[in-house]
Design a protein around this ligand. Structure first.
Ligand code: ASP
Length: 293
């Protein structure tokens, strides 16, 4: 039976065109996208599409849009076999991460993709990204979807979405998943890394749409001042702080710094120790500089 895939267009370079006056890249209407890729009509997949009324550059992404996407997926969940979300690459990893936690018990593919060059340009990477993302969203084995998680497909590689970050603003290979293997590679064939794919859930999809906006990131650096640390730790209503530390979770041992953290914790704030490194992980207590944590 033909697979059904729903395309959700949020915006991003893939669907942008150059403003004639300013030369800046601005999102355009979704119908131009299908005009640009006539191949979409040749697919052995039943494609349907929804476009956001106002497509956005993903730098304008907001948690409310994640909620809208999650609800759209919930509404169409029983009608289609998989989802492809067209999204700007700048915050694609954030959206993929958020959706992976918001869509509990997912057992269908949700594939985010986009491009570094607009789809209308000759050297665009958008066509391959979109076409293969649709193939992955439609792929089944023994009547069951092969992928049952939120992924990013970009430049011949399928990644677990919440393990990625955008690391390159120039290369077509814009994403990395430093701490988790690639889930599939697209060459002549799409080769799935079955052992690395998440196992499908047997439970009913559950959407989490209540998000706490009161979080902050505190990225430390040599010479950071008490004023900056204080401003972030004590920002009004903040309930959780992601502390971006050095190496395996290390930070300054200066008394004022440790005390500022302790005070915030005593006030009931949650502090997560996350490394600034792209690969590896936090190991508190490995060095004396993380012993206080
Ligand atoms: N600024 C664009 C966006 O994230 C870049 C891209 O699409 O790759 O929407």
């Amino acid at each position: 039976m033909q697979s059904k895939v729903l395309l959700i267009y949020t915006g991003g370079t893939i669907g942008m065109m150059q403003d004639a006056k300013t030369g800046q890249l601005k999102p355009f209407d979704f119908k131009h996208l299908t005009e640009q890729i006539p191949e979409l009509n040749k697919f052995d997949v039943e494609l349907s599409a929804v476009s956001f009324d106002k497509p956005i550059d993903s730098s304008d992404m907001q948690p409310q849009v994640w909620i809208d996407i999650a609800k759209l997926i919930e509404k169409n969940y029983s009608k289609v076999d998989g989802f492809v979300i067209l999204h700007g690459s700048d915050t694609m990893s954030f959206t993929a991460s958020a959706l992976s936690f918001m869509l509990e018990n997912l057992n269908k593919p949700v594939i985010l993709t986009g491009s570094q060059l607009p789809i209308g340009t000759i050297r665009t990477d958008g066509k391959e990204n979109l076409i293969t993302a649709i193939e992955i969203a439609a792929a089944k084995e023994n009547g069951k979807p092969i992928v049952t998680e939120v992924c990013i497909y970009f430049e011949y590689q399928l990644y677990r979405g919440n393990r990625t970050h955008k690391y390159n603003a120039e290369h077509f290979q814009a994403f990395q998943s430093a701490n988790y293997p690639v889930l599939a590679e697209a060459g002549v064939h799409i080769k799935y890394n079955t052992a690395a794919l998440s196992k499908p859930s047997t439970k009913k999809l559950k959407i989490h749409s209540s998000l706490n906006p009161n979080i902050a990131i505190l990225k430390i650096f040599p010479g950071i001042t008490p004023q900056v640390v204080d401003a972030i730790l004590n920002a009004k209503n903040t309930t959780a702080i992601i502390l971006e530390t050095f190496g395996s979770g290390n930070a300054s041992t200066q008394k004022w710094f440790v005390e500022a953290l302790k005070k915030a914790i005593d006030k009931g704030k949650i502090i997560y120790n996350v490394t600034q490194c792209n690969a590896g992980a936090v190991e508190q207590g490995k060095y004396a500089t993380s012993a206080a944590f």
